[in-house]
Design a protein around this ligand. Sequence first.
Ligand SMILES: CC(C)(COP(=O)(O)OP(=O)(O)OC[C@H]1O[C@@H](n2cnc3c(N)ncnc32)[C@H](O)[C@@H]1OP(=O)(O)O)[C@@H](O)C(=O)NCCC(=O)NCCS
Length: 156
Amino acid sequence: MTVQIRKASAQDAQSLAELLKDIGWFESFKSEPIEAASQRVRLHIEQCLADNSHSIFVAEARDGAIVGYGSVHWLPYLFLQGPEGLVSELFVRESARGQGVGRELLRNIETEARVRGCARLSLINLRNRESYMRQFYVKAGWEERREAANFIYRIS
Ligand SMILES: CC(C)(COP(=O)(O)OP(=O)(O)OC[C@H]1O[C@@H](n2cnc3c(N)ncnc32)[C@H](O)[C@@H]1OP(=O)(O)O)[C@@H](O)C(=O)NCCC(=O)NCCS
């Protein structure tokens, strides 16, 4: 599938909210009106655009529809030679999957990481996800850190 990868703007909020609703994984997106979800997504995009520490890439199809996006947060670790890029979100619309869009988003993130002089990229991929089982990241050259445990501390 031919897509153009570009940086997101606040105008993409509604398309991205609709994409997340379509994915169907997130309870809040299922139950809340699309206007409220779009408003929150817009706020988060604006927070990301406020400084140079975050990048959101969108994949735009020929007809202008946004079919996927990837978010990355550039973290300056004191013990690393360069920042780490934490890929927090990578989603492609179900109807557009398996056609190279996710790989193209990831490639743009990898390029931006090199331009920024990063030491590495990292992400969390749940083992029960199809992307993990189909080795999406391994095929793209990523290594699984089997020695690491992933912890979260829930606030809400
Ligand atoms: C994982 C994801 C981003 C990959 O993007 P994509 O555009 O479907 O993938 P590409 O076409 O670029 O790459 C193809 C590879 O992706 C994987 N893939 C393909 N279709 C997939 C699907 N429906 N679901 C999961 N992974 C898929 C396979 O590894 C495939 O390689 P193969 O053809 O050799 O089997 C996308 O499928 C997606 O949004 N899935 C749901 C959300 C998710 O799991 N995000 C990542 C976890 S944070």
